[in-house]
Write a protein that binds this ligand. Structure first.
Ligand SMILES: Cc1cc2nc3c(=O)[nH]c(=O)nc-3n(C[C@H](O)[C@H](O)[C@H](O)COP(=O)(O)OP(=O)(O)OC[C@H]3O[C@@H](n4cnc5c(N)ncnc54)[C@H](O)[C@@H]3O)c2cc1C
Length: 252
């Protein structure tokens, strides 16, 4: 969707405003990770691009501002949006969010961010790499990518510790079964003996996953700094990626 200068200015002005949102749904996604659905009380849409994030003002008097990527929607059509958030041990912001009661109202600003797949040529193949809740903005991007029946090859390489930590696994498996251009690859860093899939950190599997692309993809990488640094180094040094083909969103 192309915006005029006036539309962009209006969207920026709305993003800077603090808007009231209400927690309307919450469910467990994995141990320590929950899906949150918020509704904007003013009824106006968020107008977010897939991959963007919002800042939530949490804690007493909203003094803890924390960023969370949208895992779905937030587009021009809806006044609701979804997040997927890890409860960090000892973390004030994520604990305050997980402890919110249904119906609680808090403030938000945004959407913000340039981790959007519009930064790549729409026809370019894409490799998405995520660990943990780094998958949330990628889910929003994939929702839009895979809404089109035809398009470039796309692979999602996802890493987590245990099988039960996988986020939305049924959804990815169903999408991979329905669309041949989409591959879903999971690796577990602390797999049990009963796991017969990939093991170890995501960076260990890049060579194998990249070998299946006919043309070098754009890489979109999201999660904690240590993983992002390792993946970026591997893509550049071992696979000769230009930095313009590597797009990252760091959570810490
Ligand atoms: C642009 C952006 C988007 C983000 N989107 C998400 C999101 O969609 N979902 C989400 O869960 N978090 C997301 N985060 C992280 C989030 O903003 C907070 O940093 C996180 O909730 C921890 O805040 P805290 O106050 O609980 O802990 P703090 O005391 O502020 O942080 C403690 C430590 O927690 C670690 N940490 C931060 N995020 C995570 C995580 N997701 N999983 C494990 N450890 C983590 C970091 O190492 C950090 O140093 C995002 C961060 C940024 C900058």
């Amino acid at each position: 969707m192309t915006q005029t200068v006036e539309e962009r200015r209006a969207a920026m002005a709305l993003a800077r405003q603090r808007r009231e949102v209400e927690l309307v749904e919450r469910e467990a996604l994995a141990p320590g990770v929950a899906r949150f659905v918020f509704a904007l009380r003013d009824g106006a849409p968020l107008h977010a691009a897939p991959g963007q994030y919002v800042n939530l003002h949490l804690g007493p008097k909203g003094t803890l501002s924390r960023s969370y990527s949208l895992s779905a929607a937030g587009g021009p059509e809806g006044d609701r949006f979804e997040l997927g958030v890890t409860r960090v041990e000892g973390g004030e912001g994520s604990t305050a969010l997980h402890d919110l009661e249904l119906g609680a109202r808090i403030a938000l600003d945004g959407p913000w961010g340039v981790f959007t797949r519009d930064r790549a040529d729409a026809a370019a193949p894409r490799l998405y790499v995520a660990t943990g809740t780094g998958l949330t903005p990628i889910r929003a991007m994939l929702e839009r990518d895979l809404a089109q029946p035809e398009g470039p090859p796309i692979t999602l390489l996802f890493g987590c510790r245990h099988a039960e930590d996988r986020l939305w696994p049924d959804e990815w498996e169903a999408r991979a079964a329905a669309q041949r251009r989409f591959r879903y690859e999971v690796t577990l860093s602390r797999a049990g003996d009963d796991w017969d899939g990939r093991r170890g950190y995501v960076q260990r599997h890049l060579a194998d996953v990249l070998a299946r692309f006919d043309e070098a993809p754009h890489a979109f990488v999201c999660g904690l700094r240590r993983m992002i640094d390792a993946v970026r180094a591997e893509l550049k040094e071992t696979h000769g990626f230009d930095r313009k083909r590597i797009h990252t969103e760091r959570y810490d």
